[in-house]
Design a protein around this ligand. Structure first.
Ligand code: SF4
Length: 467
């Protein structure tokens, strides 16, 4: 893995009267490509209750062609794009996952991480379930398939009493699509109207991109059903809002709406707050592109300093996590950004980044700016220091690899090679997002995990041979 954080996945669910739901699902997951680039898949049920599935490794546009979409008929579809948080990268671990149980076959698309999946898997294995993959999502899918209840709503409610952690699901049966969000609502999920039908998606940008009309975000603990019978909703379990605050900082697309607020505006507010908390005299404000741009514009507007682009990102640099050595990682950064020397030379620069993980990318970017002639570089980070790992669906390094986990501010400043360094205070961050401050998970900054986690449980938990 490189120096960037990866969100687990993007999910979509569609009911489209007249058919071709898979085409909407395709454009939906295409819009959610930023949430996962390892694999993609779409499952459908047609009018004759026959199932269809196509999935593979790679980007959405590479996994599907016209022929593949023609062979995914039906009014009901779910789609998924994946970055793995549990399990290796393989076609078997790609989603939607197909499972069969006493109540028939279902397909499941999952964004999140089930933190008690080891215990649940052992329990299901004792009942005779044979697992085909190494992902916690398959555990979730089988638990759903084997949960008791007369209806799928009942079974999902039963599932919710057993599974702990983060899950935003779309679930496909031969009669309906369900959108389900865990009681904390760690990962986003919303729904909208489209062509007389409905679409469920991880982010509102997916609705916008297919011409859908946002109705609202799905509530934590809510079960939403879409089908030819219309739309039905029920509260499956008591909600305890703990939205992932990192969705606002980095993961979600800036044009998406989270908890009622536009992500772009929230990032601008973070930048403005960063100015109020930690400004030093400078000539320009600039950003490490792309995700830090809104925060740097917010900082520039609040400070009255000009915002200048100083780094042009190679838009084809794409995924950077096949980087086996430090030397190649550093070369990767040089291939990714080109400095605009005339905007940098002789300038005192306020450099905005949205987060610093290991510090590898940030350090290299600072070297590039120094080489281009920056007089001073003052790094301002629009989030607090990341000190702990995420166990709710974001792929983060172990704490000992995080630059801020056991270093002082001065140590980090020296390590990164900047003239000054400041992070956004937690209070300032929470003032910049919508809703009450206690409705957000901030565990990767504070270590206050809203759902107990086994800290030793890693991504490859099911890959190790049993002792
Ligand atoms: Fe989000 Fe951090 Fe909480 Fe994970 S630990 S859900 S990344 S805020």
């Amino acid at each position: 893995m490189g120096d960037q954080l990866h969100d687990a996945c993007g999910v979509v669910g569609v009911y489209r009267p007249g058919g071709e739901a898979s085409r909407i699902a395709f454009f939906g997951i295409f819009s959610l490509q930023h949430r996962g680039q390892e694999s993609a898949g779409i499952a459908t049920f047609d009018d004759s209750h026959r199932e269809h599935l196509h999935r593979g490794n790679g980007l959405v546009a590479g996994v599907f062609n016209e022929y593949d979409l023609e062979n995914l008929p039906g009014e009901l579809a779910i789609g998924h794009t994946r970055y793995s948080t549990t399990g290796i990268t393989s076609v078997e671990n790609s989603q939607p996952i197909r499972v069969s149980g006493p109540n028939g076959t279902i397909f499941v698309a999952h964004n999140g991480n089930i933190v008690n999946s080891v215990a649940l898997r052992e329990e299901l294995e004792e009942k005779g379930v044979r697992f085909l993959t190494t992902s916690d999502s398959e555990v979730a899918a089988f638990l759903l398939a084997y949960s008791p209840g007369l209806t799928w709503e009942d079974r999902i409610k039963s599932f919710m009493t057993r599974a702990q952690g983060a899950y935003s699901f779309t679930i496909l049966t031969d009669e309906a699509v369900y959108g389900v969000r865990d009681p904390h609502g760690f990962r986003p999920l919303c729904y909208g109207e489209l062509d007389g039908g409905w679409i469920i998606a991880s982010e509102t940008c997916a609705l916008d991109n297919v011409g859908g009309l946002l109705v609202r975000e799905i509530e934590p603990g809510e079960i939403l059903k879409i089908s030819s019978e219309g739309i039905a909703t029920t509260q499956g379990i008591v909600k305890q809002k703990q939205f992932c605050i990192f969705e606002n900082i980095y993961f979600s697309r800036p044009d998406s709406i989270l908890n009622g607020g536009r992500v772009y505006s929230n990032r601008e507010k973070m930048g403005a707050q960063l100015f109020r908390e930690s400004h030093v005299p400078a000539d320009i404000v600039t950003a490490i592109p792309d995700s830090a741009i809104p925060a740097s514009i917010g900082y520039a507007n609040e400070s009255g300093l000009p915002y200048r682009e100083t780094l042009i990102k190679n838009r084809n640099s794409g995924r950077t996590f096949i980087e086996p050595t430090q030397a190649l990682r550093e070369a990767g950064v040089r291939a990714k950004y080109t400095p605009l020397v005339e905007n940098i030379k002789g300038k005192k620069v306020i450099l905005i980044d949205d987060s610093v993980v290991r510090g590898t990318t940030t350090r290299q970017v600072i070297k590039l700016l120094r080489t281009a002639g920056a007089k001073e570089i003052h790094l301002r980070v629009s989030s607090p220091p990341i000190k702990f790992s995420c166990h709710y669906g974001v792929d983060m390094p172990n704490p000992d690899e995080l630059i801020a986990s056991n270093r002082t501010l001065i140590d980090i400043q020296k390590e990164l090679g900047v003239d000054s360094l400041a992070y956004l205070e937690m209070q300032g961050l929470k003032q910049s997002v919508n809703g009450s401050s206690d409705s957000y998970c901030d565990a990767c900054f504070t270590g206050n995990y809203p759902v107990p986690v086994q800290l030793e449980l890693g991504k490859m938990v099911f890959e190790s041979p049993k002792k």
